[in-house]
Ligand binder design. Structure first.
Ligand code: MRU
Length: 342
């Protein structure tokens, strides 16, 4: 399986998701600023992978700071990483976890703090893979046999430390012997579905067909689709789900056609401090992502553009939220805090 991100002696190595699948290129980030740029420019993307990158970013930042001012530098490192992408809560979760550990070690020799931070970042990485396996195991039984599964964006190995959340559920269903095929929304403008989901599922030999985003309604009505499984960037306490732009339309069309709509996400994607999805910050991305495809203009110069990277799906469209601790169902105000506390 593909290595999305790795801690190495040279720095944090990431597969460059801006050029896949045309090129398989790796980028080495040698300091925290390079990690921040990689997150902002989407060399690495997907909520759990962003969390792992941020954890490694804090660890690498502390390796190089001046001994006398490491606490101040820790603040700067954390602030810089936190300013990269606003929607995926895993970013803030991972930064918070690393910062808390560093501060709890105050008074210890700096070399020890540095070593502990590297270990912690690797723990975040390893835990993420284990969590995705558990999400897969909890969700596999929900996937109807002999049908297509529709997914949007990329919530796979590339969006995590490995295995994936939504694609983890699909992988686990296939490993359990289910005969399923995947319909992957291409996911304009960044094409996570056409480029990344298609690439990694093809490598696994899982039958996959790409559709353009505007075909989803047609297929959801056709009776071919057994369920929809998507990932999430942030889930409010009431079960409203922020995920890649276009997810909301898929969820509404799924409900209209009686197709179950599942969200697969780790507990670290829950933001129980928010009572509803309207409080989730939605990232605006550069206009060029919409007006250009691989550097080629597809729209007239000077045209106005809207480019929100995420939308919010209200909880009434969500059949279940598959986590590593179990599957939450409505009422989410009760089920999500209960799962989180386990
Ligand atoms: O803008 P991206 O590519 O980072 O958006 C990714 C998504 O929306 C994913 O569905 C989500 O982060 C879950 S990844 C397991």
């Amino acid at each position: 399986m593909v290595e999305t991100i790795q801690w190495t002696a040279d720095g944090v190595v990431m597969i460059d998701q801006t050029v896949l699948p045309r090129e398989t290129k790796f980028v080495t980030c040698r300091d925290y600023k390079e990690v921040a740029v990689a997150i902002k420019d989407m060399i690495i993307r997907g909520a759990p992978a962003i969390g792992v990158a941020a954890a490694m970013g804090v660890a690498i930042g502390l390796q190089k700071c001046a001994p006398a001012s490491w606490r101040e530098e820790l603040e700067t490192i954390c602030e810089t990483l936190a300013r990269t992408r606003p929607t995926a809560v895993n970013l803030f979760w991972a930064i918070g976890r690393m910062k808390k550990l560093a501060l709890s070690l105050e008074g210890r020799p700096l070399d020890e703090i540095r070593a502990r931070l590297i270990e912690e970042a690797q723990r975040v990485y390893e835990e993420d893979i284990a969590i995705n396996r558990a999400i897969g195991a909890n969700g596999a039984g929900l996937v109807p046999d002999g049908k297509h599964v529709l997914t949007h964006c990329n919530a796979g190995a590339l969006a995590t430390a490995g295995y994936g959340t939504a694609l983890g559920v699909i992988r686990a269903a296939v490993e359990a012997g289910k005969k399923i095929a995947v319909l992957a929304d291409e996911t304009r403008p960044f094409l996570q579905g056409a480029r990344l989901t298609a690439w990694e599922l093809q490598q696994d030999g899982i039958e996959t067909k790409i559709i353009t985003d505007n075909m989803a309604g047609h297929f959801l009505r056709s009776g071919k689709i057994g369920c929809v499984v998507v990932g999430a960037d942030r889930i409010a306490r009431n079960g409203d789900v922020a995920n890649k732009i276009g997810t909301y339309s898929v969820a509404v069309l799924a409900k209209e056609n009686g197709v179950p709509f599942y969200v697969a996400a780790p507990i670290s994607t829950l933001d129980l401090t928010l009572t509803g999805g309207e409080q989730i910050p939605i990232e605006e991305r550069p206009a060029a992502e919409v007006t250009h495809v691989f550097g080629v203009a597809v729209a007239p110069e000077g045209i106005g553009v809207e480019n929100p990277a995420f939308d919010v799906t209200p909880n009434r469209y969500v059949t279940g939220i598959i986590t590593e601790k179990g599957v939450a169902t409505a009422p989410y105000e009760e089920s999500l805090p209960r799962l989180a506390a386990l």
